[in-house]
Design a protein around this ligand. Structure first.
Ligand SMILES: *Cc1c(COP(=O)(O)O)cnc(C)c1O
Length: 427
């Protein structure tokens, strides 16, 4: 790196980075600014962004409509506590989410991160049964390759490897982890499992259509229909974690629409504010909400993150929803899907590649193995793209506004790098 800035040298000894072995991790890149689908580094280099900042920046960076909403709200009121007080940005957003979501998912609890939104969903589900006087329904069923967050309750419903279940076995609540039911055979196996487990379960939690952080694993809408059918048979609550898939990523506004399945609780975050500020929502159906209504305080939902319903974040989220209405994002997603199919097709026959798949604005090249993840990251960077392979995959989740030329550049960079050597083999 050519002369890192002073703040970099001074601050690096004090920073603790995410998902990183601090002794051996590649040094992080100092960023100066963002614009559209580009990241500008402190040394002047410009990268095409293939990740949209962990899938959040759906309208590209620094969209003027979002920035304007942010500055206007900042002048009026950046934040006010949500206990005993409410404000227009939050109530407007709650009503709009209720309108957009299918069925009667219409009771919105705001929080400040995806993990917390999932914790709230789990708490709602457990308390739903307690409030109805049914004790013992306090476990969850979730799925291999699932990811629902990094806090302890959410780690316990992640894929056992992702959630490090073995490592934290003394702290994590043991939950039931199953294979996602695919086809009739899968349904039969899953039905048998539920016959044994259902009595202790509060609900089933799943990322609909795409399991993101667990490896961008896709499943058909029919799987979600199986889950709804069997959950109903056993009276279980169905929770869809749409923190990744929500807001157009898979082709429809919410992934559940593709299956015409309405969950009992849905969680949203990542692209909710168009990648500008942290905000999350747990949205419950009327049946769930009404189970908390009574004369007794003990039946109330006891949760309240300090920064819940932050006014800046809600104002930007409203502006983001405006953009979904005015800028035809879903049409852009359909185009991106075609471009990804074309752009990644040349990777299909490269050494070490075992699968290339696309759903909406998600493109995945899966390798048999990535023997040198660091080397692969550096090779991609040398192509002036920001792409973060993990596990066995190299993937793209660009801003939904990305132009054809930039997307082609991202795909070309992946193909070029995968041609350089067989990354599944030790060098
Ligand atoms: C990112 C993610 C989370 C966790 O969100 P954080 O804001 O990082 O806590 C939960 N579920 C899914 C499906 C996610 O993609």
């Amino acid at each position: 790196m050519t002369q890192a800035p002073d703040w970099y040298q001074a601050g690096m000894p004090h920073i603790w980075l995410p998902y990183a072995q601090m002794q051996t991790t590649l040094p992080p890149l100092p960023v100066k600014a963002t614009q559209g689908t580009r990241i500008q580094l402190a040394d002047g280099r410009i990268l095409i962004d293939g990740i949209a900042s962990w899938w959040t920046a759906c309208h590209g960076y620094n969209h003027p409509v979002l920035l304007q909403a942010l500055t206007e709200q900042a002048k009026l009121m950046p934040h006010v506590m949500f206990g005993g007080l409410v404000h227009e940005p939050a109530l407007r957003l709650a009503r709009r989410l209720a309108d957009l979501l299918p069925g009667d998912l219409s009771h919105v609890f705001f929080s400040d991160s995806g993990s917390v939104a999932v914790e709230v969903a789990m708490k709602m589900a457990v308390q739903y049964w307690l409030n109805r006087g049914e004790r013992g329904r306090n476990h969850f069923l979730s799925f291999r390759f699932g990811y629902h967050g990094d806090t302890f309750a959410t780690m316990a419903v992640c894929d056992p490897d992702e959630g490090m279940h073995k490592h934290f076995s003394d702290v994590l609540m043991p939950q039931t982890i199953a294979d996602l039911p695919r086809g009739e055979e899968g349904e039969a196996v899953f039905a048998k499992l539920l016959e044994i487990e259902a009595g202790k379960l509060a609900g089933i939690i799943v990322e609909p259509l795409v399991q993101g952080a667990g490896g961008m694993v896709f499943h058909d809408p029919s799987t979600l229909q199986i889950l709804r059918r069997l959950a109903d048979q056993h009276g279980l609550l169905l929770i869809f974690d749409e923190i990744f898939t929500g807001f157009g990523r898979t082709g429809s506004m919410f992934a559940c629409e593709a299956a015409a399945v309405v969950p009992d609780i849905i969680t949203l975050s990542k692209a909710l504010t168009g990648g500008t500020l942290p905000l999350a929502a747990t949205v419950a159906s009327t049946r769930i909400f009404e189970a908390f209504l009574s004369e007794k305080d003990i039946h109330a939902l006891m949760h309240g993150p300090t920064f819940m319903a932050n006014a800046l974040a809600c104002a930007v989220a409203n502006a983001s929803l405006d953009l979904f209405a005015s800028e035809l994002r879903l049409e852009q997603v359909a185009r991106i899907a075609l471009w990804l199919e074309q752009g990644l097709a040349p990777c299909r026959n490269l050494p070490g590649v075992c699968d290339v798949r696309v759903k909406g604005a998600i493109g995945v090249v899966e390798l048999d193995w990535i023997a040198d993840l660091k080397g692969l990251k550096q090779a991609l960077l040398a192509q002036h793209v920001w792409i973060r392979p993990f596990g066995r995959i190299v993937y793209l989740t660009p801003a939904l506004t990305i132009e054809e030329e930039d997307l082609a550049g991202l795909c070309r960079a992946i193909a070029t790098v995968l041609k350089q050597r067989d990354w599944s083999q030790e060098f």
